[in-house]
Design a protein around this ligand. Structure first.
Ligand code: XIL
Length: 388
């Protein structure tokens, strides 16, 4: 059976399941109150057990996995205590914003590597791996981009950018998110591609081009396609899983140097539509394309959870452990990175604040850098994961 047919058949199955899910959504949401929520709250005993002193990076390493996190350069320089905890828990660091276009390209002709170099130096000092994020993303264009870039010069801008940045870090990068978030099935194209300036100027081949230029400039880095909304069982997430698989298949069939899928994993603790079976199938489909998988941006939104911190932390931890226990069963998964390490520094403060304005608690360490139940959840998921 060809992959094409396989996908089509599964597509039909998913569509039917998605329709049923839609019909049942309201009932399910109500059911969630009494089932999932209770289940999560009842997991107190399990979640409260301290699982020993080894750090997350040590537990991951024991299974042939890599654990690390994103951070911004100011966090490490303004808070030495945080820098110490970061080095204690993490074996890989990814700059949260410093390698995005808006940060690197103050003007069309200038590259500013100061902050990303500071992060690389810190990573090297602490013998951590370093990840690159990201060459191609619609979410971080500098102000001048719109005026300056057009269909005549877009290829030059894209290839020069990737070649310059990839060469600057060549040989010192574990993996690069070459293309980030290129799929948006709601934009209505049959290939599922998101409408972005790169698509408008260069057509769908911009993705392949980006990977080829990156591979040439840094032949040692693992080259990753990274995306979000692949974790849950919604009709749009299922459509996205399919579109991502098809994109990866297309790239592979053309011999494009893509080596891994990055699944961002911005989880939502109140999300009832978690489907273990579908997630496993998706992960194994990705693996069967010969690709590795990285969990690149793990955090857990708590905006709809109770204010009470004990209850909230339990639910966040339970969502995290449930997810990781499925994901880590797939041996193609080689790394887990959280999007931040401590609740003191998290993008969710602004992006997904709580309606009651209480501080959000999406990460393994609290705002004073103490280990939370979510730390326990990740630790236990590593401890229970099969060895690579
Ligand atoms: C976010 C950063 O965390 C924020 O500080 C910034 O303001 C916006 O971008 N998916 C991604 C990341 O791939 O680059 C985003 O990072 C979060 C969502």
């Amino acid at each position: 059976m060809s992959n094409e047919k396989f996908l089509t058949r599964r597509h039909i199955l998913w569509l039917s399941l998605a329709t049923l899910t839609g019909i049942n959504a309201c009932t399910k949401d109500r059911l969630w109150e009494t089932t999932t929520k209770n289940k999560m709250l009842n997991s107190l005993a399990r979640n409260s057990k301290i699982v020993g002193k080894l750090s997350l990076k040590e537990r991951a390493a024991a299974k042939g996995l890599i654990y690390g996190a994103a951070c911004e350069s100011y966090e490490l320089s303004e808070n030495k205590e945080f820098a110490t905890y970061f080095a204690q828990e993490c074996a890989i660091l990814v700059p949260e914003n410093e390698l995005k276009w808006a940060a690197l390209r103050p003007t069309p002709d200038k590259f500013d590597f100061d902050k990303s170099d500071q992060l690389l130096k810190y990573a090297q000092t602490h013998k951590m791996l370093f990840r690159g994020h990201t060459f191609v993303w619609h979410g971080s264009f500098p102000k001048w981009f719109q005026e300056k870039v057009n269909s005549k010069n877009a290829e030059k801008f894209l290839t020069e950018h990737i070649a310059t940045v990839a060469s600057h870090y060549a040989g010192r990068i574990h993996s690069w998110d070459v293309v980030n978030e290129a799929i948006e099935t709601k934009h209505g194209r049959t290939d599922g591609l998101r409408n972005t300036p790169w698509l408008k100027f260069l057509g769908s081949q911009y993705i392949e081009l980006a990977f080829r230029v990156a591979a040439e400039a840094d032949p040692k880095a693992l080259l990753v396609y990274n995306d979000y909304n692949l974790e849950y069982d919604y009709s749009d997430s299922n459509a996205k899983k399919l579109a991502v698989l098809k994109l990866l298949e297309r790239l592979k069939s053309k011999g494009t140097p893509v080596h891994a899928l990055g699944i961002q994993s911005h989880l939502i603790a109140s999300q009832p539509h978690f489907n273990t079976k579908k997630l496993r199938i998706f992960l194994s489909d990705v693996a069967s394309l010969g690709l590795k998988i990285l969990i690149t941006e793990l955090d857990v939104r708590d905006y709809k959870l109770p204010a009470d911190i004990t209850q909230r932390d339990r639910m966040v931890a339970a969502a995290c452990e449930e997810y990781l226990s499925v994901v880590l069963d797939e041996k193609a998964v080689i790394a887990v990175l959280s999007w931040g390490l401590s609740d003191r520094y998290t993008w969710l403060k602004n992006f997904a604040p709580r309606p009651d304005k209480l501080p959000v608690r999406p990460l393994p360490l609290d705002s004073n850098f103490q280990r939370k139940l979510t730390w326990n959840a990740i630790a236990r998921a590593f401890d229970n994961a099969p060895k690579r």
